[in-house]
Design a binder for this molecule. Structure first.
Ligand code: ASP
Length: 466
């Protein structure tokens, strides 16, 4: 197709070319009209001499336009857009697809519009420049990360979505099985166990931009239902190696994709959990000098977490809320080697080899060196009060640990979380193409929704009305 992209129009001055895109705006001036055309690469002003087309098209129509690229007269130059020195003189305009008037304005940043309406019409909301930029930035971040890690010997490996519970401290989403009626899959809260088993399998360096599912209430920094993580795991590494590669990855990423942003301190400060609580009253301190400065990024590490916390009713997963201890991170985190004897005498004093990556007061991700010895894993299961049945749910891990396990560890920073904090957006949903809202309704489509009677029958499920 002889299509020219708007960003390339500057290379065609004096020539007649064909553009495709959306009508961004129309400004009528009697015998002449200016129609701005938009594609994914930019915006260009088009001149409708004799006003042949201005009344046939409307905002958001999709059109094919043929015309000549000309330099604009000096005083009509628009320095705000890259194509501001030129315009296209329309020779022919063809309507490909008309548009209704959109339900809300698309030329603002959109914060003022009701969010339910925005996500119902997300395909329109994403046309606004701010949203488009955010989604494109995310795509660039994904590409950067893939290149960075693959160049350092990592393999990108997928793990299942239909699986068994992965305890990360939230409620599971469950999916009924048709082939084994009465049984359910759980959607993964993270690929934690699969990635550890990939280390047992000998892959040594794994990553995945993984989808995680947690049934917990949304907040401005937490999407409802599902989110992504850059999930990483490495064998034969120390905690130091994990911190260093993560730090290098994010530092290079900022330098490449956000050159206008400044990292406050390099190398990133490392703060023990004890100091963080003592000095900042939180384990994710905001270390920015100027909290109003959108370009300041204060990364830090929080380390030396206690391995266990006192178990509360919220830790319903572990020991049915009756045991004394629950993991601070998760049950696969290794105790500090100097503290192993305290497992028998004073478990709350045991430090864990956990690390949290903190940015501007938000926890971007956590990780740890893992337990790779069967007896220690069993000891931790006992301390968190696992019953025989609960241990049985992790039999695959205990079995795997009998077959030659490399020492290993990793981390899993949330990329939506990172981007929303780095951009200073008011909510994580502003960097997601299709977020869900509180109450669980998803973007664009009408879900959750009822299953049909025949679907329920096939699954052997009866719905009890509350
Ligand atoms: N699976 C952990 C989490 O989702 C991260 C990790 O330990 O690597 O928080």
């Amino acid at each position: 197709m002889d299509r020219v992209l708007i960003k390339d129009t500057l290379n065609h001055i004096g020539k007649s070319i064909t553009l495709f895109g959306w009508v961004n705006s129309i400004r009528k001036h009697g015998k002449i009209a200016f129609i701005d055309l938009r594609d994914i690469t930019g915006i260009i002003q088009m001149v409708d001499i004799g006003s042949k087309y201005q009344n046939k098209v409307g905002a958001e129509y999709v059109v094919k336009v043929k015309g000549k690229i000309k330099n604009r007269p000096e005083k009509l130059i628009n320095p705000k857009i890259p194509t501001g020195t030129i315009e296209l003189e329309i020779e022919n305009l063809e309507i490909i697809s008309p548009s209704l008037v959109p339900p809300f304005p698309l030329d603002t940043d959109g914060y003022e519009i009701n969010e339910e309406t925005r996500i119902k019409y997300r395909y329109l909301d994403l046309r606004r420049q701010r949203m488009k930029n955010n989604i494109i930035l995310k795509s660039r971040i994904f590409t950067f990360i893939r290149n960075f890690l693959v160049n350092r010997g990592f393999y990108e490996i997928e793990t299942p979505i239909l699986t068994k519970t992965t305890p990360e401290g939230a409620r599971d989403f469950i999916v009924p099985s048709r082939l084994q009626p009465g049984k359910f899959y759980a959607l993964p809260q993270s690929p934690q166990q699969y990635k550890q088993l990939l280390m047992v399998a000998g892959f040594e360096k794994y990553f995945q931009i993984a989808r995680c599912f947690r049934d917990e209430d949304p907040r401005h920094d937490r999407a409802y239902g599902e989110f992504n993580q850059l999930d990483m795991e490495m064998s034969f590494v120390t905690q130091e190696d994990i911190l260093q590669i993560s730090e290098e990855l994010f530092t290079r990423l900022i330098e490449t994709i956000f050159p206008e942003k400044k990292i406050k301190q390099k190398p990133w400060p490392r703060i023990s959990h004890h100091e963080a609580i003592k000095n900042y009253n939180t384990d994710k301190p905001d270390l920015r000098a100027d909290k109003k400065d959108k370009n300041e990024l204060a990364f830090s590490w929080t380390i030396d977490f206690p391995l266990f916390k006192k178990q509360s009713q919220d830790d319903y997963f572990y020991g049915s809320g009756k045991a004394k201890f629950a993991p601070s991170h998760h049950m696969f985190t290794a105790p500090h080697p100097d503290d192993i004897k305290l497992l028998d005498t004073d478990p709350l004093k045991v430090r864990g080899l956990q690390h949290d990556l903190v940015l501007n007061g938000y926890e971007i991700g956590g990780g740890s060196v893992r337990i790779h010895q069967l007896e220690i894993q069993e000891r931790v299961f006992d301390l968190i009060g696992f019953t025989k049945e609960q241990k049985g749910q992790f039999e695959h891990m205990l079995n795997a640990f009998k077959y030659g396990v490399p020492p290993h560890g990793g981390i899993a920073p949330g990329l939506d979380r990172f981007l929303f904090v780095a951009l200073g957006e008011p909510s994580i949903r502003e960097v997601m193409a299709y977020p869900s809202l509180s109450g669980g309704q998803i973007s664009v489509m009408d879900a959750p929704n009822y299953a049909t009677d025949s679907q329920l029958k096939e699954l052997g499920i009866a719905v009890v009305k509350k």
